[in-house]
Write a protein that binds this ligand. Sequence first.
Ligand code: FAS
Ligand code: PHB
Length: 391
Amino acid sequence: MSQRTQVAIIGSGPAGLLLGQLLHKAGIDTIILERHTRDHVLGRIRAGVLEQGTVSLIDEAGCGDRMHRQGLIHHGIELSIRGVRHRIDFKGLTGKSVMVYGQTEMTRDLMDARSMAGAPTVYEALNVMPIGYDGTRPIVRYVEDGEPKDIACDFIAGCDGFHGISRQSVPDNAISIFERVYPFGWLGLLADVPPVSPELIYVNHERGFALCSMRSHTRSRYYIQCDASEHVDNWPDDRFWNELRRRLDKQAVARLVSGPSIEKSIAPLRSFVAEPMRFGRLFLAGDAAHIVPPTGAKGLNLAASDVHYLAEAFIDHYRGGSDKGLDHYSPRALARVWKAERFSWWMTSLLHRFPDTGPFGQRIQLAELDYLAGSRAAQTTLAENYVGLPY
Ligand code: FAS
Ligand code: PHB
């Protein structure tokens, strides 16, 4: 059975949904093919911090009501360095702030908007395969309820994440990969307990990194650095809470409220970029093209800026007949991607314990933290990258 659309989107995560919503509002037909169920996608606990640019895009997509009602505006973060807190004042240093609003909720809002608009999403689409995108008549092939189907389209947006099929369908000689895998992961725990502090606390401790984050005034998200080989089954809740307490400063320990985990998982940390992000009529966006360690809260926000550039380019193509945006998409997106990769690598290098760095490396890290704690210029650099560089 053959169908037709203008832009076929693979993946119903933040990138695919946001692109679908922006194109729908511009009158461009799309279909989203997602290999999992809606509930499976919503069950993944991921990012928590939105840059202003991402907030503006969600507003542009007409999906910002609940985010503005329930999201928390944060004007800074705190660094806990050897048990001493240092606040980075985003508002004072850059005039900007960030929004704390879970990726799960953002995804739910986008899914609901797409359903309301009557735009099609095929969940449990299996064996999705982008075909013929090096020509002018690409097709996306997939299986739905055991039936093979084809979608003829003008363009394919590969928004299917790091493990998706889109990037993997590109011949090796047509793509360059740049990667760094870190020797540790993040063990994350979500619990319905009040946050330990009004703002996020990033902890550099000799036992390892920790992060105190939140989803609301009653739901907290915590992370501790763990060995890359760790398994979540080795971490009953009590062990997590005890290890977290050992890394927090006295003030945070006094305020910490523990409770049963709603979710607990280990995320590997890597820096990864695929170049280019365009292959004929296939365009990669979000984690399909790049991965950052979550230390700088950039992953979700890079997906948003990719989508901003790609939606603008598709709209120019269909409305203005110009392909300049499509031709410029990859270098334009990569310029912002690489700056976020740098910042995320820097924040990760600054705050984590590297097993093989040795005494000199540890002293350099402490010197960098001491410099940051005492320099307005250094704090401004961190702040302007964290709140988000311009699109
Ligand atoms: P996503 O991976 O979110 O979505 C891709 C979608 O494509 C998925 O729904 C998947 O099921 C679907 N798909 C995959 N293959 C397919 C196929 N063959 N056919 C059809 N569909 C297919 N970022 C932060 O900023 N902070 C964090 O704390 C943070 N934590 C993270 C933890 C984990 C475990 C992971 C993996 C990522 C984390 N990230 C974090 C990054 C994350 O938020 C991503 O940047 C964000 O999800 C990017 O969105 P998408 O590009 O849409 O990719
Ligand atoms: C989160 O709340 O999940 C979160 C916040 C900031 C980060 C990473 C994750 O840098």
